[in-house]
Write a protein that binds this ligand. Structure first.
Ligand SMILES: Nc1ncnc2c1ncn2[C@@H]1O[C@H](COP(=O)(O)OP(=O)(O)OP(=O)(O)O)[C@@H](O)[C@H]1O
Length: 255
Protein backbone atom coordinates (compact mmCIF):
# COMPACT_ATOMS: atom_id res chain seq x y z
CA UNK A 1 0.00 0.00 0.00
CA UNK A 2 1.17 3.54 -0.67
CA UNK A 3 -0.58 4.96 2.38
CA UNK A 4 -1.85 3.16 5.47
CA UNK A 5 -4.05 4.88 8.00
CA UNK A 6 -4.30 2.99 11.25
CA UNK A 7 -6.85 3.94 13.96
CA UNK A 8 -6.35 7.65 13.37
CA UNK A 9 -8.01 9.99 15.89
CA UNK A 10 -8.07 13.77 15.93
CA UNK A 11 -9.51 16.05 18.61
CA UNK A 12 -9.86 19.82 18.85
CA UNK A 13 -9.89 20.53 22.58
CA UNK A 14 -12.55 18.26 24.01
CA UNK A 15 -14.24 17.83 20.60
CA UNK A 16 -13.43 14.45 19.04
CA UNK A 17 -13.45 15.12 15.27
CA UNK A 18 -12.07 11.82 13.93
CA UNK A 19 -12.39 8.54 15.77
CA UNK A 20 -10.40 5.40 14.88
CA UNK A 21 -10.23 5.90 11.12
CA UNK A 22 -8.43 3.06 9.31
CA UNK A 23 -8.00 2.59 5.58
CA UNK A 24 -5.34 2.04 2.93
CA UNK A 25 -4.87 3.96 -0.32
CA UNK A 26 -3.61 1.89 -3.24
CA UNK A 27 -1.35 3.04 -6.09
CA UNK A 28 -3.26 3.68 -9.29
CA UNK A 29 -6.52 4.39 -7.44
CA UNK A 30 -8.54 7.42 -6.43
CA UNK A 31 -9.92 7.03 -2.91
CA UNK A 32 -12.77 9.49 -2.37
CA UNK A 33 -13.68 10.74 1.10
CA UNK A 34 -17.39 11.50 1.27
CA UNK A 35 -19.69 12.81 3.97
CA UNK A 36 -21.74 15.84 5.00
CA UNK A 37 -20.42 19.35 5.70
CA UNK A 38 -18.32 19.59 8.82
CA UNK A 39 -17.88 15.81 9.29
CA UNK A 40 -14.07 16.06 9.14
CA UNK A 41 -13.04 15.36 5.53
CA UNK A 42 -10.55 18.26 5.34
CA UNK A 43 -9.30 17.48 8.84
CA UNK A 44 -8.62 13.89 7.78
CA UNK A 45 -6.68 15.00 4.67
CA UNK A 46 -4.61 17.38 6.79
CA UNK A 47 -3.82 14.56 9.24
CA UNK A 48 -2.60 12.39 6.37
CA UNK A 49 0.28 14.76 5.58
CA UNK A 50 0.65 16.03 9.14
CA UNK A 51 -0.44 19.61 8.57
CA UNK A 52 -2.41 18.49 11.64
CA UNK A 53 -0.97 15.96 14.09
CA UNK A 54 -3.35 13.10 14.91
CA UNK A 55 -4.08 12.73 18.61
CA UNK A 56 -3.78 8.94 18.29
CA UNK A 57 -3.11 6.39 15.60
CA UNK A 58 -0.62 6.26 12.74
CA UNK A 59 -0.32 7.27 9.12
CA UNK A 60 2.31 5.25 7.27
CA UNK A 61 3.88 5.90 3.89
CA UNK A 62 5.17 2.63 2.46
CA UNK A 63 5.36 1.30 6.01
CA UNK A 64 7.07 4.39 7.55
CA UNK A 65 5.28 6.26 10.33
CA UNK A 66 4.84 9.90 9.20
CA UNK A 67 5.07 10.92 12.88
CA UNK A 68 8.78 10.10 12.65
CA UNK A 69 9.38 11.89 9.34
CA UNK A 70 10.46 15.51 8.79
CA UNK A 71 8.02 17.71 6.80
CA UNK A 72 10.45 17.82 3.86
CA UNK A 73 10.60 14.02 3.78
CA UNK A 74 6.80 13.81 3.84
CA UNK A 75 6.64 16.35 1.00
CA UNK A 76 8.77 14.05 -1.13
CA UNK A 77 6.01 11.46 -0.89
CA UNK A 78 2.79 13.45 -0.51
CA UNK A 79 1.57 16.36 -2.65
CA UNK A 80 -1.35 18.33 -1.26
CA UNK A 81 -3.75 20.55 -3.18
CA UNK A 82 -5.73 22.58 -0.64
CA UNK A 83 -9.35 23.66 -1.01
CA UNK A 84 -8.56 27.34 -1.38
CA UNK A 85 -5.55 27.66 -3.61
CA UNK A 86 -3.34 30.64 -3.04
CA UNK A 87 -3.48 33.28 -5.76
CA UNK A 88 -0.15 35.05 -5.33
CA UNK A 89 0.97 37.35 -8.14
CA UNK A 90 3.37 34.79 -9.60
CA UNK A 91 3.30 33.07 -12.97
CA UNK A 92 2.07 29.53 -13.51
CA UNK A 93 5.68 28.49 -14.24
CA UNK A 94 6.91 29.80 -10.89
CA UNK A 95 3.92 28.28 -9.07
CA UNK A 96 4.66 24.88 -10.61
CA UNK A 97 8.36 25.28 -9.79
CA UNK A 98 7.36 25.55 -6.10
CA UNK A 99 6.42 21.88 -6.38
CA UNK A 100 10.15 21.12 -6.74
CA UNK A 101 10.99 22.68 -3.33
CA UNK A 102 11.19 19.40 -1.39
CA UNK A 103 13.85 18.20 -3.85
CA UNK A 104 16.04 21.28 -4.33
CA UNK A 105 18.25 23.63 -2.29
CA UNK A 106 17.92 27.41 -2.29
CA UNK A 107 18.00 27.65 -6.08
CA UNK A 108 16.41 25.46 -8.75
CA UNK A 109 18.76 23.14 -10.60
CA UNK A 110 18.57 22.63 -14.38
CA UNK A 111 16.72 19.34 -13.77
CA UNK A 112 14.08 21.15 -11.69
CA UNK A 113 13.41 23.59 -14.55
CA UNK A 114 13.32 20.68 -17.02
CA UNK A 115 10.81 18.85 -14.84
CA UNK A 116 8.55 21.93 -14.73
CA UNK A 117 8.77 22.26 -18.53
CA UNK A 118 7.92 18.57 -18.93
CA UNK A 119 4.85 18.84 -16.67
CA UNK A 120 3.66 21.96 -18.53
CA UNK A 121 3.96 20.12 -21.84
CA UNK A 122 2.33 16.96 -20.42
CA UNK A 123 -0.73 18.92 -19.25
CA UNK A 124 -0.81 21.23 -22.28
CA UNK A 125 -0.36 24.37 -20.18
CA UNK A 126 2.10 26.16 -22.48
CA UNK A 127 -0.27 29.09 -23.07
CA UNK A 128 -0.71 29.62 -19.33
CA UNK A 129 2.95 29.33 -18.43
CA UNK A 130 3.64 33.08 -18.08
CA UNK A 131 0.17 34.08 -16.91
CA UNK A 132 -0.06 35.28 -13.27
CA UNK A 133 -2.26 33.16 -11.00
CA UNK A 134 -4.22 36.28 -10.04
CA UNK A 135 -5.56 36.51 -13.61
CA UNK A 136 -6.64 32.89 -13.92
CA UNK A 137 -10.08 31.31 -13.94
CA UNK A 138 -10.92 28.63 -11.37
CA UNK A 139 -10.34 25.87 -13.94
CA UNK A 140 -6.96 27.28 -15.05
CA UNK A 141 -5.85 27.68 -11.45
CA UNK A 142 -6.85 24.14 -10.60
CA UNK A 143 -4.80 22.80 -13.53
CA UNK A 144 -1.77 24.76 -12.32
CA UNK A 145 -2.23 23.31 -8.81
CA UNK A 146 -2.36 19.80 -10.27
CA UNK A 147 0.75 20.58 -12.35
CA UNK A 148 2.57 21.75 -9.20
CA UNK A 149 1.59 18.53 -7.43
CA UNK A 150 2.87 16.50 -10.41
CA UNK A 151 6.16 18.44 -10.48
CA UNK A 152 6.60 17.42 -6.86
CA UNK A 153 7.00 13.82 -8.14
CA UNK A 154 5.31 12.16 -5.20
CA UNK A 155 3.61 8.80 -5.04
CA UNK A 156 0.63 10.14 -3.07
CA UNK A 157 -1.69 12.97 -4.08
CA UNK A 158 -4.16 14.59 -1.65
CA UNK A 159 -6.77 16.97 -3.04
CA UNK A 160 -9.43 18.81 -1.07
CA UNK A 161 -12.55 19.35 -3.19
CA UNK A 162 -10.58 19.74 -6.43
CA UNK A 163 -13.65 20.71 -8.45
CA UNK A 164 -15.54 22.83 -5.90
CA UNK A 165 -15.57 26.05 -7.94
CA UNK A 166 -15.70 24.56 -11.43
CA UNK A 167 -18.49 24.43 -14.01
CA UNK A 168 -19.73 21.04 -15.25
CA UNK A 169 -17.37 20.81 -18.21
CA UNK A 170 -14.30 21.81 -16.21
CA UNK A 171 -15.33 19.52 -13.36
CA UNK A 172 -15.40 16.55 -15.75
CA UNK A 173 -12.14 17.62 -17.42
CA UNK A 174 -10.25 18.02 -14.16
CA UNK A 175 -11.53 14.73 -12.69
CA UNK A 176 -10.71 12.90 -15.91
CA UNK A 177 -7.23 14.46 -15.85
CA UNK A 178 -6.71 13.41 -12.22
CA UNK A 179 -7.87 9.87 -13.00
CA UNK A 180 -5.48 9.58 -15.98
CA UNK A 181 -2.58 10.95 -13.95
CA UNK A 182 -3.29 8.57 -11.07
CA UNK A 183 -3.53 5.55 -13.37
CA UNK A 184 -0.63 6.48 -15.70
CA UNK A 185 1.78 7.53 -12.92
CA UNK A 186 0.58 4.83 -10.52
CA UNK A 187 -0.08 7.42 -7.81
CA UNK A 188 -2.40 6.88 -4.85
CA UNK A 189 -4.88 9.76 -4.70
CA UNK A 190 -7.09 10.63 -1.75
CA UNK A 191 -9.61 13.35 -2.54
CA UNK A 192 -12.64 14.88 -0.84
CA UNK A 193 -15.78 15.64 -2.82
CA UNK A 194 -19.40 16.67 -2.45
CA UNK A 195 -20.69 15.75 -5.92
CA UNK A 196 -21.66 12.09 -5.46
CA UNK A 197 -22.28 11.44 -9.14
CA UNK A 198 -18.90 12.79 -10.17
CA UNK A 199 -17.29 10.88 -7.30
CA UNK A 200 -18.86 7.56 -8.38
CA UNK A 201 -17.93 8.24 -11.99
CA UNK A 202 -14.22 8.97 -11.42
CA UNK A 203 -13.34 7.38 -8.07
CA UNK A 204 -12.20 3.80 -7.46
CA UNK A 205 -12.85 3.43 -3.73
CA UNK A 206 -15.16 5.34 -1.41
CA UNK A 207 -14.96 6.17 2.29
CA UNK A 208 -18.14 7.46 3.95
CA UNK A 209 -17.58 9.50 7.12
CA UNK A 210 -20.36 9.93 9.65
CA UNK A 211 -20.12 11.36 13.18
CA UNK A 212 -16.33 11.26 12.99
CA UNK A 213 -16.20 7.57 12.17
CA UNK A 214 -15.75 5.57 8.99
CA UNK A 215 -19.35 4.51 8.49
CA UNK A 216 -18.86 2.47 5.30
CA UNK A 217 -16.25 1.82 2.63
CA UNK A 218 -16.41 0.12 -0.71
CA UNK A 219 -15.47 -0.04 -4.37
CA UNK A 220 -17.90 1.32 -6.94
CA UNK A 221 -20.01 -1.87 -7.11
CA UNK A 222 -20.21 -2.04 -3.31
CA UNK A 223 -21.72 1.43 -2.73
CA UNK A 224 -25.39 1.06 -1.79
CA UNK A 225 -28.24 3.58 -1.55
CA UNK A 226 -28.43 2.70 2.18
CA UNK A 227 -24.81 3.83 2.74
CA UNK A 228 -25.52 7.19 1.12
CA UNK A 229 -28.89 7.62 2.84
CA UNK A 230 -27.46 6.85 6.28
CA UNK A 231 -24.54 9.21 5.89
CA UNK A 232 -26.31 12.17 4.29
CA UNK A 233 -29.65 11.71 6.09
CA UNK A 234 -31.58 11.65 2.85
CA UNK A 235 -33.21 8.82 0.92
CA UNK A 236 -31.62 8.14 -2.47
CA UNK A 237 -31.76 5.62 -5.27
CA UNK A 238 -28.83 4.61 -7.46
CA UNK A 239 -29.95 4.37 -11.09
CA UNK A 240 -27.76 3.43 -14.05
CA UNK A 241 -27.46 5.34 -17.29
CA UNK A 242 -25.10 4.16 -20.04
CA UNK A 243 -23.39 2.00 -17.44
CA UNK A 244 -22.75 4.95 -15.09
CA UNK A 245 -24.26 5.10 -11.59
CA UNK A 246 -26.53 8.06 -10.88
CA UNK A 247 -27.51 9.02 -7.36
CA UNK A 248 -31.02 10.41 -7.30
CA UNK A 249 -32.58 11.90 -4.14
CA UNK A 250 -35.95 10.28 -3.49
CA UNK A 251 -37.22 12.75 -0.91
CA UNK A 252 -35.83 15.32 1.47
CA UNK A 253 -36.98 13.66 4.68
CA UNK A 254 -34.35 12.38 7.07
CA UNK A 255 -33.44 8.78 6.27
N1 LIG B 1 -9.46 25.87 12.36
C1 LIG B 1 -10.48 25.31 13.02
N2 LIG B 1 -10.71 25.62 14.31
C2 LIG B 1 -11.71 25.05 15.00
N3 LIG B 1 -12.58 24.14 14.49
C3 LIG B 1 -12.39 23.82 13.20
C4 LIG B 1 -11.36 24.38 12.40
N4 LIG B 1 -11.43 23.82 11.15
C5 LIG B 1 -12.47 22.98 11.19
N5 LIG B 1 -13.04 22.95 12.39
C6 LIG B 1 -14.19 22.11 12.83
O1 LIG B 1 -13.79 20.75 12.65
C7 LIG B 1 -14.90 19.98 12.15
C8 LIG B 1 -14.49 19.31 10.85
O2 LIG B 1 -14.23 20.30 9.88
P1 LIG B 1 -13.74 19.93 8.41
O3 LIG B 1 -13.40 21.20 7.73
O4 LIG B 1 -12.69 18.89 8.51
O5 LIG B 1 -15.06 19.28 7.79
P2 LIG B 1 -15.39 18.93 6.28
O6 LIG B 1 -16.06 17.59 6.30
O7 LIG B 1 -14.19 19.06 5.43
O8 LIG B 1 -16.45 20.07 5.93
P3 LIG B 1 -16.93 20.69 4.51
O9 LIG B 1 -17.58 19.58 3.75
O10 LIG B 1 -17.94 21.72 4.93
O11 LIG B 1 -15.72 21.27 3.83
C9 LIG B 1 -16.06 20.96 12.00
O12 LIG B 1 -16.85 20.85 13.17
C10 LIG B 1 -15.38 22.31 11.93
O13 LIG B 1 -16.24 23.31 12.44
Amino acid sequence: MALDVDRLCFARGSQEILDEISFAAKPGEITVILGPNGVGKTTLLKCLNRILAPSRGEVRIKGRDTGRMAPRQIARHIAYVAQQSETAHITAFDAILLGRKPHMGMLPRPEDLEKVDAVITHLGLEDLSLKPLTRMSGGELQKVCIARALAQETDILLMDEPTASLDLKNEMRILSLIRHIVEDHHMAAVITMHDLNAALRYGHRFLFLKDGRLHATGAINEVTPAMISEVYGMNVEILHHNGLPLVVPVDSRAA
